[in-house]
Design a protein around this ligand. Structure first.
Ligand code: ZN
Length: 574
């Protein structure tokens, strides 16, 4: 009878969410590189604050490999930034898709000319524009060289396929690239999460992970492990995929959880959405990802999680709640984009009664509803506003305060729920009546995490408050940045004779507020500096700049986040 009800539920569920409409076969693309294709990252891999929206092709550890247009089309967008995708190219194809190539070293000559013109027009290294007229390219044409620009940790090509109309990134591995993979995903652990105030997992009200053993697609728990759950809970699975011949771990394609043969939750990564990518912080186990780099995929959906990856939509959001005593069967199935599959099966027990006294909730300072605007005030010192949908679920907020130190301009405020992720920015207002007016324009906020790592937030101010927006909890305090940024010329850049081949190099650094602006003027005219924050360096290529015969004067101005400025002049003979 029980099995029959489960079957009926699955049937109703599938018919209610009938998404398996027949689709046209996906078009095929040419390889964007002319070397063997190996991946160091794939689609939907779990990253910090986002899912990986493309695939990362290895480039043999070096920069400068030819990047080929994957299909006929035109360059619809070009972006240059010291961060993110670095130098990036977007090619729109007649087949309805746009391919994206990121972290490039350089563009092909005709594209580079257009970019340079734009940079001089906007007097900015960073540009992001749609070339007009569009630049036509043919399948296989060299459009760029591979690099390591932007937020890239080593030479590689970041490659995406987006639906041109929706701009949603698609899983490129479904488009048939010649990447070898006959290794099924590996499963490393299963985690039980209490989802009610009185849930007990092996007698305790806290999340608990169990080690998973096995290989070649067959996984099990350690022999003799007993799992006993009282009350509502959710499950998550620590799993990653691996490809042939390479040590890198990648993301999975599908995950399905069944309990007693009833489907609880199933997700599939065909497509992502930049608008909801940060919801990853609700999707993964945020705390163990941050602290241990474990990739736990949750098989339950928190109220603030808007990801459209669940097919069908899980009944009861994947929350498992089984009344009465019994033994229950869990079956997990995980696959990669090439159809390799791994399974984990085990049992857990539900007792008729808890057996130990039910836990009482930890003390807290405020209760914040996820779908509400929340507000918290401490004396006449601090105000915190947490907007609607900034949280993924309700929060028992914990707050404390420490005395100010010699280096700070306010007490230290501890917004204790550092392992709780935020979807939207929260606003923190410091009443700064005790901060001398003379120092106020140099004030910023220092945030420290549990491990003592600091970051800085610049803000805005009124006569009463200093205001910052933060997207992480932690420890916050007011500090000042009164030090000007430093600028140092590299060995060959201090002055003297230069030629077209010279690449002038300068190191620029700033503690606390960080570099906000960098501009150079050659004989009074703005000149392009390339910024590489990973090396704290800017570069000026003499051959590409308008040097005059004889003496040239180069003025470099840099500014930090609170307006401290450094200006230096260099003289060169050309
Ligand atoms: Zn990438």
């Amino acid at each position: 009878m029980y099995k029959y009800i489960c079957f009926l539920l699955i049937y109703l569920c599938l018919t209610a969410n009938n998404e398996s409409v027949a689709q046209d076969p996906l078009p095929s693309f040419g390889a964007p590189l002319d070397i063997p294709l190996y991946l160091s990252g794939n689609f939907a891999e779990l990253r910090r604050n986002h899912f990986h929206t493309g695939i990362d092709f290895k480039t043999q550890g070096v920069e400068g490999h030819k990047i080929l247009a994957a299909e006929d089309g035109f360059v619809s967008r070009i972006s240059v930034s010291p961060y993110g995708y670095g130098l990036a190219l977007y090619i729109q194809h007649p087949n309805g898709y746009t391919t994206v190539y990121g972290h490039l070293l350089s563009f092909s000559e005709n594209i580079a000319d257009v970019v340079r013109k734009k940079q001089y027009e906007e007097k900015s290294f960073s540009v992001n524009f749609n070339p007009d007229p569009p630049i036509q390219v043919a399948r296989g044409e060299v459009v760029a060289l591979s690099g390591n620009t932007g937020s890239s940790g080593g030479p590689h090509l970041h490659f995406e396929i987006r639906d041109t109309k929706t701009e949603k990134p698609q899983n490129p591995l479904l488009f048939g690239f010649d990447v070898k993979d006959n290794i099924p995903p590996r499963i490393r652990g299963v985690r039980f999460h209490p989802l009610a105030d009185t849930t007990l997992i092996n007698g305790k009200h806290e999340a608990r992970s169990f080690v998973v053993l096995g290989n070649a697609g067959k996984y099990h728990l350690k022999a003799g492990i007993k799992i006993n759950v009282y009350g509502a809970f959710g499950l998550s699975l620590h799993t990653r995929d691996y490809l042939n011949d390479q040590p890198n771990h990648c993301g999975i394609y599908t995950l399905a959880l069944n309990v007693n043969d009833a489907l609880i939750c199933a997700q599939r990564f065909d497509e992502l959405d930049f608008a909801t990518s940060r919801n990853i912080n609700s999707y993964k186990d945020y705390e163990v990802f941050k602290n241990n780099q474990w990739h736990y995929h949750k098989s339950y959906v928190e109220p603030g999680n808007k990801l459209e990856i669940y097919h069908p939509k899980p009944l009861n959001n994947g929350i498992i709640s089984i009344p009465g005593a019994g033994v229950h069967q869990v079956d997990y199935t995980v696959t990669d984009a090439y159809g390799n599959e791994s399974r984990l099966s085990f049992e857990f027990e539900t007792p008729a009664n808890p057996g130990v006294p039910l836990p009482s909730p930890r003390p807290y300072d405020a209760y914040f509803g996820y779908g509400k605007n929340n507000h918290f005030e401490y004396s006449d010192e601090l105000e915190i506003s947490i907007p609607e949908n900034a949280l993924y679920q309700d929060l028992r907020f914990e707050f404390s305060r420490q005395m100010r130190t010699q280096d700070t301009y306010s007490p230290v405020y501890i917004l204790q729920n550092e392992d709780v992720p935020l979807q939207e920015f929260i606003e923190i207002k410091f009443f700064w009546k005790d901060v001398a007016k003379s120092i106020r324009d140099k004030i910023l906020v220092q945030r420290s995490d549990i491990k003592g790592r600091t970051s800085y937030l610049t803000g805005s101010y009124t006569p009463e408050y200093f205001i910052v927006k933060a997207r992480d909890f932690g420890k916050f305090t007011l500090v000042a940045d009164t030090t000007v940024p430093s600028l140092t010329a590299g060995r060959w850049s201090t002055g003297g004779t230069v030629t077209n081949a010279s690449d002038l190099q300068f190191t620029m650094r700033d503690d606390r507020s960080g570099i906000k602006a960098y501009n150079a003027y050659l004989n009074g005219e703005w000149v392009l500096l390339k910024y590489e924050p990973k090396k704290s360096m800017v570069f000026l290529n003499v051959g590409e700049s308008n040097f005059q015969k004889g003496n040239n004067s180069l003025v470099i101005k840099i500014e930090d986040g609170v307006g401290n400025e450094t200006v230096q002049t260099f003289e060169y003979n050309y």
